[in-house]
Design a binder for this molecule. Structure first.
Ligand SMILES: NC(=O)CC[C@H](N)C(=O)O
Length: 193
């Protein structure tokens, strides 16, 4: 199985590479449109600020490629946020896969949220084998509100989307590659799609 991790210079992807290596796979890092389109599974990572990450995507033309992909695509953290309609962070227009706008946590909670939080996913097949309310690891200041594409939620001052799905597109706000056995199970579920 060919797993391609999209390389657009937005963040440290070493832990994602190691996450798949632990499962026995050799993911390939690529910014090449053909190579991404031919992959069996595509990972869209992202760490940092939405506006500058989106600018890099646009400069490489990947903003057009990603929403047109037909195989399973998994956006992680900022990757998931960029797959939404837009983000309040840097007033950024997103890829428009998920029908929701990412907003900032308000000042009632400590920002960023750093650490483990429970993920509720009562009926999502994508979470098969992961206990409901299992803990996953997160680092973020912006979040996707609940919407028609929500498949899992967490609570941080309010309930919000920690996983989204629309057709072949999946997004998780938490870091499965840093979330121990439960995160590993989720990566396996993605590879089994
Ligand atoms: N850890 C990150 O890169 C966070 C992504 C995004 N800037 C947020 O704060 O939600």
């Amino acid at each position: 199985m060919k797993i391609v991790i999209i390389d657009y210079g937005a963040g440290n992807i070493q832990s994602i590479i190691f996450g798949f290596k632990r499962l026995g796979y050799e993911p390939v890092l690529s910014s090449n449109a053909d190579e991404i389109q031919l992959a069996d599974k595509v990972i869209f990572p992202g760490v940092g600020e939405a506006g500058s990450a989106m600018k890099k995507l646009r400069e490489s033309g990947l903003d057009k490629i990603i929403p047109s992909l037909k195989q399973p695509v998994l956006g992680i953290c900022l990757g998931m946020q960029l797959m939404c309609n837009g983000s309040e962070e840097g007033d950024t227009k997103g890829l428009g896969v998920f029908n929701v706008n990412v907003v900032r946590f308000n000042n009632e909670v400590k920002v960023p949220q750093i650490g483990w939080n429970q993920v509720s996913h009562p009926e999502a097949p994508f979470f098969n084998g992961v206990k409901n309310n299992e803990y996953m690891y997160l680092v973020h200041s912006y979040y996707a509100p609940l919407c028609e594409n929500t498949i899992a939620t967490a609570d941080y001052g309010r309930k919000y989307s920690v996983a989204l799905q629309k057709g072949n597109f999946y997004g998780v706000q938490f870091h499965p590659e840093k979330s121990s056995i439960a995160g590993e199970r989720l990566l396996k579920n993605f590879l089994n799609l």
